[in-house]
Design a protein around this ligand. Structure first.
Ligand SMILES: Nc1ncnc2c1ncn2[C@@H]1O[C@H](COP(=O)(O)OP(=O)(O)O)[C@@H](O)[C@H]1O
Ligand SMILES: [Mg+2]
Length: 426
C-alpha cells in the first residue's frame, strides 16, 4: 500500500517512519517532510505544503494513495478530510466540523461545559461585548486565550488585572488577526499537565500509551512556553486509576458529545489535561491530532502496525483492535535553534548525525532541510533525540548520548527532560 503523511515536523517523521515499518507498505510520501524523511528508507518527500489541500488531494488521487495521515491541525481545521472523503480517498483525521474542537477554543469550552466535562471556569468575549469589570473580578493569575489557531502564541497567563485587560484589548484589537476576534478568559488551574492521546472512531476508542511533555524552554520548567522541549512515555503520573478517570470523565463523554452534536470524530484526539491535586482531570484544550513531541517517543514504543490501526478506525473496527507497546520507557529531547521560541537563525550545518545514527535510539528530524546533501537547520525545533530504556533513567541516558553526539552553532536543549518521571521512579 501507499501512504501519504501530511506535515514536515518531528511528529510526521515519527509517523512516517512507523508506517514504513509495516510490511504492507511499499512507499510513504511525506508532504513536505524534512531532511530526516528525505533520507529514511521507503520514505520520499513531496514538495507540497501541509496546508495546500488542493495539491495534496490532486497528488493522492493521481498516485492512488491508499491511506493519508494528517499530522498538523491547520489542514484538518481547513477541512482536508472532508475533501479527501468526497473524492473517495481514505484519510485519517477528523472532519472539519469535528476539528473545530481544536480550531476554536471558545467552541471547545462551550462543548466541555455542555457535556459536563471538567474544565476551568470561563467566559468568552468579542470586541463588542468585552467586559473589563468581569476581568477585574477574577482571581489572579488570569488565563487569556485567543479563540483561533495561533501557533502556540495565543495563550497568556496574566499576573495582574491591568495586564489581563490590556492583553485582552490587544487581542480583540486584531493583534493575532482573526484568531483573536473572540477570546476566552479562564480560571488558572494548578496541578500537573498530562497529554492523553487516543485514536477514535465515533464512540470507539483506542487509547495510546500515556505520555507527558515539557512545554517550557528552560530547565526546571521555567522560561517561555514553547511547542514542547521533550516528552516521554509512559507517564508514571497516569496510574491505572487516573487512566480510568480520564477515560470515563473526559474521553468517553467527549466522543459521545461529538456524536450527539452530529460531529462524530475519527482520528487522533489529544486532550491536554491539568491533573488537579484531588485527581480531577481538567481539560485545558483538545487537539485534533497527535502531539509533538509526544508522538516521537510514542512511535518508538509502538510495536503494532500503524496503518492497520488507522484503517481499523476508518472502517469502524477500532473496538476490536488493540495496540502493542514496547514495555520500555522512551524519552525524547528536543534540540532547538538558539533563540527559539523567539527569533532564531536557519541554515546552520548540523554536525554529528552520522555518528548519532550508529548509537542506539532514534533521532527524528523537525526543522531541517537538505542543502547540497547535508542537513541544515530550518526551524525552531530542529531534532528530537529519543532513547529507550528499562527505566526512565536509562531512556534519558540513551537520549542524551544522542544529543551529545550532535552539534550546530547555538544549539539549545534542556538537560532535565523526564525529571518528573525520574522523581516518581526513585
Ligand atoms: N486554565 C489554565 N490554567 C493553567 N495553565 C493553563 C491554563 N490553560 C492553559 N494553560 C497553560 O498554557 C499552555 C497552553 O495552553 P493551551 O490551552 O494548551 O493552548 P495552545 O496549546 O493552543 O497554546 C498549556 O499547556 C498550559 O501550560
Ligand atoms: Mg496546548
Amino acid at each position: 500500500m501507499k501512504v501519504l503523511v501530511v506535515g514536515g515536523g518531528g511528529r510526521e517523521h515519527a509517523l512516517a517512519w512507523k508506517c514504513a515499518q509495516s510490511p504492507r507498505v511499499e512507499q510513504v510520501w511525506v508532504a513536505p517532510g524534512n531532511a530526516g524523511t528525505a533520507l529514511e528508507p521507503k520514505l520520499q518527500n513531496l514538495a507540497v505544503a501541509a496546508d495546500d489541500v488542493g495539491a495534496l488531494l490532486a497528488f493522492a488521487a493521481a498516485e492512488a494513495i491508499d491511506l493519508t495521515i494528517i499530522g498538523p491541525e491547520a489542514p484538518l481545521v481547513m477541512g482536508i478530510v472532508d475533501r479527501f472523503a468526497a473524492a473517495g480517498l481514505r484519510c485519517f483525521g477528523p472532519l472539519r466540523a469535528a476539528a473545530r474542537l481544536e480550531g476554536s477554543k471558545a467552541y471547545a469550552k462551550d462543548f466541555l461545559r455542555r457535556h459536563s466535562i471538567p474544565t476551568a471556569g470561563y467566559r468568552r468575549f468579542s470586541k463588542a461585548d468585552f467586559d473589563a469589570d468581569y476581568v477585574l473580578a477574577q482571581r489572579l493569575p488570569i488565563v487569556l486565550k485567543a479563540d483561533g489557531l495561533a501557533a502556540g502564541k495565543g495563550v497568556l497567563i496574566c499576573a495582574s488585572h491591568a495586564e489581563a485587560i490590556a492583553a485582552s484589548e490587544h487581542m480583540l484589537g486584531g493583534a493575532l488577526g482573526a484568531a483573536g476576534e473572540t477570546i476566552v478568559v479562564e480560571e488558572f488551574l494548578a496541578g500537573e499537565e498530562v497529554s492523553f492521546i487516543v485514536m477514535a472512531s465515533g464512540r470507539q476508542v483506542l487509547p495510546l500509551a500515556t505520555s507527558q511533555d515539557h512545554k517550557r524552554r528552560d530547565d526546571g520548567d521555567a522560561g517561555p512556553n514553547t511547542g514542547g522541549m521533550g516528552a516521554y512515555s509512559p507517564a508514571p503520573i497516569v496510574t491505572p486509576a487516573l487512566h480510568a478517570r480520564i477515560m470515563s470523565e473526559v474521553i468517553e463523554p467527549a466522543l459521545r458529545g461529538l456524536q450527539a452534536d452530529g460531529n462524530p470524530y475519527t482520528g487522533f484526539l489529544y486532550a491536554g489535561l491539568m491533573i488537579a491535586p484531588d485527581g480531577t482531570p481538567n481539560v485545558l484544550e483538545f487537539n485534533c491530532r497527535c502531539g509533538d513531541p509526544e508522538t516521537q517517543p510514542l512511535m518508538l514504543r509502538l510495536s503494532s502496525d500503524l496503518p492497520a490501526l488507522c484503517e481499523a478506525a476508518l472502517d469502524g473496527r477500532l473496538a476490536g483492535a488493540s495496540a502493542r507497546w514496547d514495555p520500555r520507557a522512551a524519552l525524547g529531547v528536543v534540540m532547538a535553534a538558539g533563540g527559539y521560541p523567539g527569533h532564531y537563525r536557519s541554515g546552520d550545518a548540523i554536525e554529528g548525525l552520522d555518528a548519532a545514527a550508529t548509537l542506539p535510539g532514534k533521532v527524528f528530524h523537525a526543522g531541517t532541510r537538505l542543502e547540497g546533501g547535508r542537513a541544515v537547520t530550518n526551524g525552531g525545533r530542529v531534532l528530537c533525540a529519543v532513547g529507550l530504556g528499562d527505566t526512565v533513567r536509562d531512556a534519558q541516558r540513551q537520549a542524551y548520548d544522542l544529543v551529545h553526539a550532535i552539534h550546530w552553532n547555538r544549539v539549545q536543549y534542556r538537560r532535565d527532560i523526564g525529571h518528573r518521571a525520574l522523581a516518581r521512579e526513585r
